[in-house]
Write a protein that binds this ligand. Structure first.
Ligand SMILES: Cc1cc2nc3c(=O)[nH]c(=O)nc-3n(C[C@H](O)[C@H](O)[C@H](O)COP(=O)(O)OP(=O)(O)OC[C@H]3O[C@@H](n4cnc5c(N)ncnc54)[C@H](O)[C@@H]3O)c2cc1C
Length: 252
């Protein structure tokens, strides 16, 4: 696999648990908005790579990543310490199931994210093409604390007739305390936004969240007549894990 050494150009901390890294873009590296790559460090010479969604749009000069900081995480305990000028390694083979090629065009597109699962949707919003393909694009981002609402200002600044950004916070007082998945499943979301109830015939869903959210939403959609995109073909909803549980069973 082709790993390219790149240089960190800036670091921005959103909270003690999340930060954004900007790094130089490998020469000739192309990707589709919404994809992920493997990103790593070589603390003792040996590469520690992990999957990372690219926050940047594909015509950006630099690559941007939104990262969690897992206290004992092999990669992120060290990635959280990097500074401008340090090296990171990027695998220049990008992939993922959250590109516009992974869902049919339609009426309204619902992007439902938890935590760092927001990252691929920023790439799609920044890329802008998504707004040509749907009447409305609704991005729901659910986090535990208000400081977890990375990119809130930027997303609010994109608000338009076509784009609705709905942040929700579950463990601190906030104007929207519900989980995004619950708002969708109960139908309250559509009432609140003044949009027709989501219908697999016309509407589309993209999910990028913790394993439990992805599972409960996928189960709900499958039972309600939606079809997930897979190797057999393009459906009306598509899913990617925001992370994989390694061993400790924690889930957010
Ligand atoms: C397709 C894909 C895309 C991903 N994109 C991103 C991304 O854009 N940003 C990002 O920070 N991570 C992303 N991840 C997770 C990432 O690959 C690593 O797991 C993460 O960077 C932590 O690495 P680590 O070595 O420190 O800990 P790991 O050993 O990889 O993880 C330890 C534990 O930390 C928890 N955890 C890991 N990642 C997260 C997370 N993002 N949010 C909440 N809890 C987590 C889980 O409980 C996991 O078991 C993605 C994973 C996949 C599969």
């Amino acid at each position: 696999m082709p790993y390219a050494e790149q240089t960190v150009t800036s670091v921005h901390r959103w909270s003690d648990q999340t930060f954004t890294l900007k790094v130089t873009r490998p020469e000739g590296f192309e990707f589709k908005n919404g994809e992920f790559v493997m990103l790593g460090l070589r603390p003792d010479g040996k590469l520690i790579p992990r999957a990372y969604s690219i926050v940047s749009a594909n015509d950006d000069e630099q690559l941007e990543f939104l990262s969690i900081q897992v206290p004992d995480g092999p990669l992120t305990s060290q990635l959280a310490q990097v500074e401008p000028g340090n090296s990171v390694w990027i695998n220049t083979k990008s992939t993922g199931s959250l590109t516009l090629d992974h869902i049919e065009t339609g009426r309204n597109l619902y992007m439902i994210a938890t935590g760092t699962g927001l990252a691929p949707f920023i790439s799609l919003v920044r890329g802008g093409e998504v707004f040509d393909q749907y009447d409305h694009v609704v991005l729901i981002h659910t986090v535990r604390t208000v400081s977890g609402l990375a990119y809130r200002e930027e997303l609010e600044s994109h608000a338009s007739d076509k784009f609705i950004y709905l942040p929700t916070v579950t463990r601190e007082p906030f104007e929207h305390p519900e989980r995004g998945a619950d708002l969708f499943r109960s139908g309250e979301l559509f009432e609140r936004l003044g949009l027709p109830e989501a219908d697999p015939k016309y509407d589309r869903v993209m999910l990028c969240g913790n394993p439990a959210m992805n599972r409960e939403m996928s189960d709900y959609l499958n039972e309600s007549g939606w079809t997930q995109t897979n190797y057999k073909g393009t459906g009306n909803y598509t899913v990617e894990q925001a992370f994989v549980l390694q061993n400790d069973g924690s889930d957010d």
